[in-house]
Design a protein around this ligand. Structure first.
Ligand code: UGA
Length: 388
């Protein structure tokens, strides 16, 4: 991102706080504002609405307005009506064009899309937007109406969440029956109809999108008279995963006296500093409640996470893995950062008081860990866990 911004700044890329001028000068206006979730699962579209009012006030000729924010089904139509009723200029088109990029690989996902989804009320606007994306790579383009485009976004994210909760459920059984979830996922994924992605068992999905969109779609279903019980179970399974890893830790340490736990990785996934809905947060809170002392490592999010735990005295933070685990009794892995994958296992063995690793992301080979002399506890790889 930095490189791209530097390359284009003040040439093809300009930043401004002047909304009026930027709308007036544009042929195409993208709405990309946030859509926070309320406690009842409703999505707050207030920022989208206020963007629509600002655009309406500044329409000075034909423009295409592109709604990129993730919004409940029906929002595009609502926004169209706002602009239509508030603007003096009547020549405009609105297009619903959801984004599918992931945090941490946003530039790549933006330039190389699996699909381009364009929901529009007329074909001309639809084709014009497709033209705008001509220099991007996309396998296929879907031209459809507003509602279908909006639903594709929710259905995609919640299906990914469903895959994760499904494999986490399978992992729970694998532990009990002596099966290996990694091999099960591989065996399933080789079937093209299933696909191998998003079948990585672990401590559950976090971030600002999957948890929010799952709750929002349950709410959208509810307001349309449908009880989406499948998605409710997806959320329940997801919440259970962080309790499960704590059970694993308690099982792994039942015969020893444990005080200090090293936590490796805090963000909801690698290559981002985002802690929103990161499973590490409830896990750490619970461990502190249980009376443990925590030494936590993350390569990028220490500044943010310190603020979250500023009132806690039994937790300290590190940007160096080896300083983190030094004199810890045992350690837990909560995010699969490359820095953790590449850890010097011999050194780790020397620094930990007990050679016990509870791995919430299944990043190591079981046999290798055993040959080093570790007691290694991954998820769903055939180790029965108490209390299931
Ligand atoms: C997600 C979607 O993947 C994007 O396609 C979408 O555009 C984006 O939301 C959005 O709506 O803006 P993101 O939130 O960046 O992207 O994160 P993901 O890569 O989807 O990961 C979400 C969570 O699932 C992470 O906590 C990750 O650790 C977990 N996960 C992912 C698993 O536990 N297992 C897996 O197999 C895959």
């Amino acid at each position: 991102m930095d490189r791209l911004i530097k390359k284009n700044l003040n040439k093809r890329l300009h930043f401004t706080t002047n909304i009026d001028l930027s709308v007036q000068k544009a042929d195409v206006v993208f709405i990309t504002v946030g859509t926070p979730i309320r406690s009842n699962g409703d999505i707050d579209i207030g920022y989208v609405e206020s963007a629509a009012y600002k655009i309406a006030n500044n329409l000075n000729g034909y423009k295409i307005i592109v709604l990129k924010s993730t919004v409940p089904v029906g929002t595009a139509k609502h926004i169209y009506r706002i602009i239509q009723s508030k603007s003096r200029v009547t020549e405009f088109d609105l297009v619903s064009n959801p984004e599918f990029l992931r945090e941490g690989s946003a530039v790549h996902d933006c330039l190389y899309m699996d699909r381009l989804v364009i929901g529009a009320s007329n074909k001309i606007a639809s084709r014009r937007l497709e033209q705008l994306y001509q220099s991007f790579y996309f396998k296929e383009v879907i031209h459809t109406n507003f509602e279908t485009a909006e639903m594709i976004k929710y259905a995609s994210n919640t299906f990914l969440a469903t895959k994760i909760s499904f494999i986490n459920g399978i992992a729970r059984i694998c532990d009990q029956v002596g099966a290996d979830v990694e091999m099960v996922a591989k065996g399933m994924g080789l079937d093209d109809r299933i696909g191998k992605k998003f079948l990585k068992a672990g401590i559950g999905f976090g971030g600002s999108c999957l948890p929010k969109d799952t709750k929002a779609l349950i709410r959208i279903a509810e307001t349309n008279g449908y009880d989406f019980s499948l998605l409710k179970a997806v959320i329940k399974t997801n919440l259970e995963q962080y309790k499960y890893i704590i059970e694993k830790l308690l099982l792994a340490t039942r015969e020893i006296e444990v005080k200090t736990i090293g936590i490796l990785g805090l963000t909801f996934k690698p290559n981002t500093n985002d802690l929103r809905n990161a499973p590490s947060i409830p896990i750490i809170k619970k461990l502190l409640k249980l009376g443990f002392v925590i030494k936590a490592y993350d390569p990028v999010s220490i500044k943010e996470v310190k603020r979250k735990f500023s009132h806690e005295s039994n937790i300290s933070f590190f940007c160096d893995i080896y300083k983190t685990i030094d004199k810890c009794d045992v350690c837990m892995i909560l995010t699969e950062w490359d820095e953790i994958r590449r850890i010097d296992l011999k050194r780790m063995l020397q620094l930990l008081n007990y050679p016990i690793i509870v791995d919430g992301r299944n990043i190591f080979d079981i046999n290798k860990m055993e040959s080093f002399g570790f007691s290694y506890y991954p998820i769903g790889r055939g180790q029965p866990t108490l209390g299931m």
